[in-house]
Design a protein around this ligand. Structure first.
Ligand SMILES: [Mg+2]
Length: 241
């Protein structure tokens, strides 16, 4: 189903990471810089070995974080402590080092500005149609605001709603209702449309909240959630809206 009814839509919400900002590429560039600055070659023979170890732990920690098993601070420490101890660093040393690595990684990440192709064009096209443009993201407030500013997107976005604002993550309906409340259409779910790359959190959450949902699916994964529209590029989404 690839039809979108724009007639009731007043607010277009867009996920940030890997929908507007190429988080995947930016994170890998930052992790590679961290590897060289910290001389991690004594722990992992190649940059790719290090990135694979980090990403494996980070993904599983984000799963725990998104269901509330661990908090923000634990995630940010453990995503470095776990790969370090796995590579043979003594736990006491890993615990001492990890609190410095997260801010260093985030500083390096903030220097990377790669966007998803078509992101600026999509935001400008929405702006040209007098729609309100929101960002709805599960990221951490300090990190996400910095990323938006560094990518030069501040003026292209009207409202930024982050899971950190109320301590609840997508796909929880409460975050979508909170996002509605930040607009002039607080009680009308059909005035809201979500674009995102994650079928569970972005799309599943939006549909459950009664919003229209557009799945940005560049890898052409199977199993589009029922009721969502699906496109492989932002340019295709722009044409369909
Ligand atoms: Mg995303």
């Amino acid at each position: 189903m690839n039809s979108i009814d724009m007639s009731p839509v007043r607010v277009v919400w867009i996920d940030l990471d890997d929908t507007i900002i190429d988080f995947h590429a930016n994170s890998r560039a930052a992790l590679a810089n961290l590897y060289h600055q910290r001389r991690f070659d004594i722990l992992w023979p190649t940059v790719d070995n290090w990135i694979a170890a980090y990403e494996r732990h980070n993904i599983s920690l984000w799963v725990d974080y998104s269901v509330g098993i661990i908090d923000n601070a634990t995630l940010r420490l453990e995503r470095f402590r776990r790969p370090l101890t796995e590579a043979g660093v003594a736990d006491a040393d890993a615990r001492k080092l990890s609190p410095d690595l997260d801010p260093q990684y985030l500083d390096l990440l903030a220097q990377e500005k790669k966007l998803i192709p078509g992101a600026i064009e999509l935001l400008d096209a929405l702006r040209g149609r007098s729609l309100t443009i929101g960002v709805l993201s599960n990221g951490f407030a300090d990190v996400q605001h910095r990323k938006i500013a560094r990518a030069g997107l501040t003026d292209k976005i009207d409202i930024t709603v982050l899971s950190d604002d109320i301590g609840v993550n997508k796909p929880d309906t409460r975050l979508f209702r909170y996002a509605q409340s930040r607009t002039p259409w607080p009680d009308n779910p059909s005035a809201h449309l979500m674009i995102g790359d994650n079928p569970a959190t972005d799309i599943g959450g939006a549909l459950k909240a009664g919003w229209q949902a557009v799945w940005f699916n560049p890898k052409r994964q199977p199993d589009c959630p029922e009721g969502a529209a699906e496109f492989a590029s932002l340019a295709d989404i722009m044409r369909a809206l």
